[in-house]
Design a protein around this ligand. Structure first.
Ligand code: FPP
Length: 261
């Protein structure tokens, strides 16, 4: 059982509604300790448990975690196997807590989408899908796992679905706009992330939420994912709260838009 979250040092209304995280640095964390990379992913899973708990306690609405990218399938078989085992274990061991905390679990990525590639082993997919369904009506916090996920793949799929709809006469080409693309993403109803955070000192998006991050604030932390503390996460959230988001408008316009009822 992880420790309780420290209190939020600012108004919960200043939290991002949607925090998306690239949980990077598990491998290097392990290697620096002379451990196998799988040990880093195990420590990373404990990090997931802590961060989910803190975010839930702070009242965050949406947390999305980049758990396994489309490109991660190219990692050594042993590492992919270790990550699959950890995912299955996560669902098994956290199911009760997820339900008790009224968390809604969602998955974005090719695997659980209709007509997906189906690369996740059945013993990962089945319990995951079951918990997604079981928690579907929970309203506490939405925890979305990006799994077998790639932003380019998501956009290519949306383009394919659009082409199919146009070819079948269900959509006119002139109706293809931002809304039509968004409607064909894995989770169209999920709000865009307000803050994308990446650990481990790397400063890139790595194919994560490419469409959805168009106006996200970005924050890069130097610590590896397994060693992220509540204080470091709070500092990042506080930094977010202090930023002015203008969405292409002038500062004065953006302030007026925020003040409008
Ligand atoms: C990136 O670190 C992390 C991953 C590829 C996997 C993240 C998975 C977990 C934290 C655990 C499983 C997830 C859940 C939800 C139970 P890296 O291995 O690329 O680190 P490196 O850049 O130091 O090698």
């Amino acid at each position: 059982m992880s420790a309780a979250a420290p209190p939020l040092p600012f108004e919960a209304s200043r939290l991002p509604a949607h925090l998306a995280v690239i949980m990077d640095g598990n491998g290097r964390w392990a290697e620096a300790r002379g451990l196998p990379r799988a040990a880093g992913h195990r420590a990373g899973t404990e990090g997931v448990n802590r961060v989910v708990r803190w975010c839930r306690e702070w009242g965050l609405r949406h947390l999305t975690l980049y758990a396994f990218s489309e490109q991660n399938w190219g990692r050594p078989e042993e590492e992919v196997g270790a990550l699959m085992s950890l995912l299955a274990e996560y669902v098994r061991e956290q199911r009760a807590e997820i339900l008790a905390r009224r968390i809604r679990l969602r998955v974005i990525g090719d695997d659980l989408a209709p007509n997906g590639a189906g690369r996740l082993p059945g013993w990962v997919r089945a319990p995951l899908r079951a918990l997604v369904e079981e928690s579907a009506r929970n309203e506490g916090m939405t925890l979305t796992l990006a799994l077998s996920y790639g932003g380019r793949e998501e956009l290519a799929r949306a383009a394919r679905l659009l082409a199919e709809d146009v070819a079948a006469g269900r959509l006119r080409p002139e109706e293809v706009g931002e809304g039509a693309v968004r409607a064909r993403l894995y989770a169209p109803d999920l709000p865009d992330p307000d803050l994308v955070l990446r650990t481990s000192g790397e400063r890139r998006l790595s194919n994560f939420l490419l469409w959805q991050s168009a106006y996200a604030e970005l924050c890069f932390l130097d610590c590896a994912w397994p060693e992220l503390t509540a204080e470091e996460l709070l500092a990042a959230l506080q930094q977010f709260a202090a930023r002015e988001r203008r969405f292409g408008l002038t500062g004065a316009q953006a302030r007026a838009a925020r003040a409008a009822p």
